[in-house]
Write a protein that binds this ligand. Structure first.
Ligand SMILES: Nc1ncnc2c1ncn2[C@@H]1O[C@H](COP(=O)(O)OP(=O)(O)OP(=O)(O)O)[C@@H](O)[C@H]1O
Ligand code: SF4
Ligand SMILES: [Mg+2]
Length: 446
């Protein structure tokens, strides 16, 4: 947790907006809460009558990282790079193919349903889509109160009172206890999802793209709510996003993923000041930062050409070599390890940016490298710059005013939105996802 956050947390403690029993956790800030080693998830691809396995989607392919108590780890990367799969693996909603997950020093990699039950209180997930993650047939009271029922927990003062308290903590009107999800706007629904995740006073909250389905102005409110809750409740977050504009406001450290791997893991400030992996640099220049000094730096605006390769047969060596403008022969054949090249900055690259070359003998670019990226004229980026700047401005503005953000009145929606089955349960649930990768099938979790 950054000094700024620690100070704010202390202030929140003294102002006392949250009942004392639900504040904070015993674990000292900065201690390792979650440790992931060599984590893998390969979804088998089966074909034919006999459902023979003919390949696998290498969704997550060897992740090593730690999450420290009280911090926010942001995880970014393009669509399909394995972010959600990683989130579901560390919350044990998916069974890993390889590697280990340790929570508070305990190996939880292959715990069964009963072994996981106590842990389900400590580790919660907020889902990406506030429309499909709430059961349309259940009232808000039932949804937010479900974790108590599932865990057999009787809160002091009763479930209703506790649910109403949680609703007010996330900025919703406790009187709306009996209303249904369709009566709420997207931002309000996400607040309901957050209230549900907080019900059992978890230690770790994994938020999978918590704001990407929301309007820009609402995004800022939800981001600020998460930030405030962290300070007041001593939460630890893993926040997943597909671009850097959201995570930069909330993260202490950021992991950049590419095709199932972490390519860079660094403190937020180091990452923004001097990104070392070419892919991080490209991601950052695709989302221009509203800083006049950087705006002028036209040479930093890089547009990656070509599609992300298939995770069914990822490229050899460095997986980014088919799109990297710095790729040499060694990049094609030798996978660069994720190594700490600067204090607090781990990078997997033979020819990192802002640092000495790790393979200086390799000077001849691959022919594909010359075509891999291009500088983009300012005009092309204007639109995304505006969006990014708008999020940044909204976040800064609403942080300054520190008002309870979202309105408590539900939106007037006549019809319930079309929704899939709820992800309301705290029990493991495998998530199927069609991606044109052939007929994929995954056996259910143990
Ligand atoms: N149950 C599944 N069966 C087969 N393949 C899957 C399954 N779930 C995910 N995948 C595949 O694994 C890869 C990673 O998916 P994942 O959803 O983790 O990516 P992501 O980074 O969260 O993407 P997005 O930004 O679009 O949410 C994708 O190629 C996806 O199609
Ligand atoms: S320079 Fe080589 S190792 Fe580094 S990202 Fe590019 S392809 Fe990968
Ligand atoms: Mg996802």
């Amino acid at each position: 947790m950054s000094d700024e956050k620690a100070q704010k947390a202390q202030n929140a403690e003294t102002t006392g907006t949250i009942p004392a029993q639900s504040r904070g956790h015993d674990r000292p800030h900065g201690e390792v809460l979650l440790k992931v080693t060599g984590l893998q998830k390969h979804f088998p691809i089966r074909k034919g009558l006999l459902k023979r396995q003919v390949g696998a989607v290498h969704a997550v392919d060897g992740l090593d990282f730690e999450v420290r108590s009280g911090e926010t780890l942001g995880v970014v990367g393009e669509s399909g790079c394995g972010k959600s799969t990683m989130g579901r693996l560390i919350t044990r909603l998916l069974e890993p193919t390889g590697g280990t997950v340790e929570f508070e020093g305990k190996d939880i990699t292959h715990l069964g349903v009963s072994g996981m039950r106590p842990l389900r209180r400590d580790v919660q997930m907020i889902f990406q889509d506030p429309y499909s993650s709430l059961n349309p047939r259940h009232t808000i009271g039932t949804i937010v109160g479900a974790p108590f029922k599932l865990q057999g927990v009787q809160p002091e003062g009763g479930v209703k009172k506790e649910v109403q308290r949680l609703l007010s903590v996330v900025g919703l009107n406790p009187e709306h206890y009996n209303r249904y999800p369709h009566e709420f706007s997207g931002g309000q629904r996400q607040r309901i999802g957050i209230a549900r995740a907080l019900a059992l006073n978890p230690k770790l909250v994994v938020a999978d793209e918590p704001v990407s389905a929301l309007d820009v102005s609402i995004q800022a409110q939800v981001v600020n709510l998460l930030d405030d809750l962290q300070e007041e409740l001593g939460l630890t977050y893993v926040i997943i996003a597909h671009d850097l504009s959201v995570v930069r406001h909330v993260s202490d450290r950021i992991a950049v993923m590419y095709l199932g791997k972490i390519v860079e893991l660094a403190d937020r400030d180091s990452l923004y000041k001097a990104p070392m992996h070419p892919y991080t640099k490209a991601l950052m220049s695709a989302v221009p930062i509203p800083d006049p000094k950087r705006r002028g730096a036209k040479s930093e605006r890089i547009l990656l050409k070509g599609d992300v390769p298939s995770p069914i047969s990822p490229p050899s060596g460095c997986r980014f070599h088919t799109r990297c403008w710095k790729a040499t022969e060694i990049c094609k054949t030798v996978e660069p390890p994720l190594a700490e090249l600067k204090p607090g900055q781990q990078v997997a690259c033979h020819h990192p940016e802002n640092f000495e070359d790790q393979a200086p003998q390799e000077t001849v670019l691959l022919s594909a490298a010359k075509e891999a990226a291009e500088l983009v004229p300012e005009a092309v980026l204007e639109e995304s710059a505006e969006t990014s700047a708008a999020v940044a401005a909204e976040v800064a503005e609403s942080a300054e005013t520190a008002e309870p953000a979202e309105v408590a009145e539900p939106a007037e929606v006549a019809e319930p939105a079309e929704v899939a089955e709820p992800a309301e349960t705290a029990e493991p649930a495998e998530v199927a996802k069609a991606d044109g990768a052939g007929e994929t099938q995954e056996s259910t979790d143990k």
